[in-house]
Design a binder for this molecule. Structure first.
Ligand code: DON
Length: 305
């Protein structure tokens, strides 16, 4: 698609988002995110060989939260390989992102690497053999390399705010440890996990950081093509938790959401797309972001189906 035509579509999508009355509810269980104004929207599309196209507040930094789980998964698969799957499953959970219920029924093996329990195990795997500071630096370096941009940082205040209030994640981590599925003390692993979630990026940076998952010619190659396919499969089936089926139905592309209101979506072989709108739907995924992505795939025909 030509840049000018795509730009018109993005402008139309941003106009529709700003005009929508119901913006969803901003996450308030992380105190530092509770004050973010819900009437904000941004979208960015990155394609190798094209300028990055944007609409809305695409240079505004937001907390990527669970979108970070895609990058830690790629990193963990790179270091641990398929051994990761001994500790984490690859099935959708059909439960909320912070649910505990299946963890007890399934002896401490989380359903997938994108629900909180599975992401905590994945971060624990990245931590293997290194200090928390080094593991965190490796995660941040991976994100910066993917985005080809060093100006990406961690918001210490957001991380601290979650350390102070993240009782569910502590419960999940202790439960995992009781099943010997956490190799480090819960506060060590969670220290890294909360900081990775507190990475801040703009929509334009996030769209860039997703390029390695498009397998486009000219995109950075950070993991093997086989792993790119499999990470996309997990994003499609598990990337929006118990809203994954709904997202696949509406958008038809692999995506990963975060409670900061960001969504990274991959159109394989075509583009990497980031949207941000902080108000969430009942699954904890960006409400306007999901609607924007549905419009984008309707208007461009970008879908794997
Ligand atoms: O662990 C948490 O609860 C947050 N740091 C991340 C959760 C999240 O982003 C869920 N996604 N929609």
């Amino acid at each position: 698609m030509e840049d000018a035509a795509l730009q018109r579509i993005l402008d139309q999508i941003a106009d529709a988002a700003f005009a929508t009355a119901d913006k969803g509810r901003v996450a308030d269980y992380i105190p530092d995110l509770a004050g973010v104004a819900p009437d904000q929207f941004a979208i960015a599309v990155a394609r190798p060989g094209h300028p990055t196209l944007t609409a809305g507040r695409a240079s505004h930094r937001f907390s990527i939260q669970s979108v970070s789980k895609v990058f830690t998964l790629a990193l963990a698969l790179g270091t641990l390989g398929d051994r990761l799957w001994n500790r984490v499953g690859r099935e959708p959970s059909g439960q909320a992102f912070d649910s505990m219920i299946l963890l007890e029924q399934e002896q401490g093996r989380p359903r997938n690497p994108f629900i909180n329990a599975g992401a905590i195990v994945t971060t624990d795997a990245v931590l293997e053999g290194s200090e928390p500071r080094e593991a965190l630096a490796a995660i941040l370096r991976f994100v910066q390399a993917a985005a080809n941009d060093d100006d990406i940082h961690i918001n210490e205040s957001v991380a601290r705010s979650e350390i102070a209030t993240g009782h569910r994640n502590f419960a999940l981590a202790h439960y995992l440890r009781s099943h010997d599925n956490l190799r480090h003390p819960p506060d060590l692993t969670l220290g890294v996990y909360f900081h990775q979630c507190a990475i801040e990026m703009t929509c334009a940076q996030l769209a860039h950081a997703g390029l390695f998952l498009t397998a486009c010619e000219g995109a950075p190659r950070l993991v093997s093509p086989g792993r790119v396919r499999r990470i996309n499969a997990l994003m499609m089936t598990c990337g929006h938790y118990d809203g994954s089926g709904d997202y696949a139905y509406r958008v038809g592309l692999p995506g990963k959401s975060g409670v900061g209101g960001g969504i990274l979506t991959i159109a394989p072989g075509v583009a990497s797309i980031a949207v941000w709108a902080p108000g969430l739907n009942r699954y904890g995924n960006s409400k306007l972001g999901t609607e924007a992505m549905q419009r984008l795939t309707d208007l461009t025909g970008w879908s794997v189906f």
